[in-house]
Write a protein that binds this ligand. Structure first.
Ligand code: SF4
Length: 211
């Protein structure tokens, strides 16, 4: 059963974070549930007939957005159904819209993400005309320092999910490995979006999504 105090806390914290992100130039939307977030994405944020790139995300998987993106209403750079993943991710850098989750969002309006190849953080920094970030309230932390701790704490789970042959994918513990399979290679901090009017949108969902 859902805990009413956890939901109350999530709403307060989520809306306060959105207020701060809004002050830093982001378009912001609050969604009480995954279903509301899905409606906001497809009915408010994402126009039809645009090209769309995707960042790998458990939150987006939970939203089950792929069928709608594949139904012909969008030109999808489909990283999950392609002959050459590398080339598809390169092409995604020119998408009209790039939809992704986030590793950490601070209550001070900063976003922190860590990547293996950098295909996702590259798109989040430059290329696509619009970046749509969708995240559960569990991604919220107080400070950049906490965000850095968070992205490294969750990295072993990403290694496990993506089949990286790293020590942490076995033990669950980060050893700051120095091997070719290392996943934690590219770090992006998005400090402020004020310079890029209309580019960055954040939907915060009052649910625990991804990790
Ligand atoms: S630095 Fe290496 S051991 Fe640490 S989380 Fe990343 S891939 Fe795993």
């Amino acid at each position: 059963m859902e805990n009413q105090y956890r939901k109350w806390f999530g709403e307060k914290r989520g809306k306060e974070a959105l207020r701060v992100f809004g002050e830093k130039g982001w378009k912001t939307y609050y969604a009480e549930t995954l279903g509301v977030a899905r409606d906001t994405l497809f009915n408010v944020c994402l126009p039809k007939n645009v090209s769309v790139g995707l960042g790998g995300s458990e939150t987006l998987n939970a939203m089950d957005i792929l069928p709608a993106l594949r139904d012909g209403s969008y030109r999808l750079f489909d990283r999950y159904n392609c002959a050459d993943h590398f080339e598809m991710c390169r092409d995604s850098l020119m998408a009209d819209y790039f939809i992704t989750g986030a590793n950490a969002l601070t209550m001070n309006g900063e976003m922190v993400n860590i990547d293996c190849s950098g295909s996702r953080v590259a798109a989040m920094a430059y290329g696509p005309r619009h970046i749509l970030v969708i995240a559960g309230v569990n991604k919220l932390v107080n400070t950049l320092e906490e965000a850095m701790v968070r992205v490294h704490r969750i990295a072993p789970m990403n290694c496990k999910r993506n089949g990286h042959q790293t020590p942490c994918a076995e033990t669950g513990l980060c050893t700051d490995c120095n091997i070719p399979a290392r996943m934690c290679n590219q770090l992006l901090i998005t400090y402020n979006a004020k310079k890029f009017s209309g580019k960055y949108t954040l939907i915060i969902i009052n649910e625990e999504l991804g990790y």
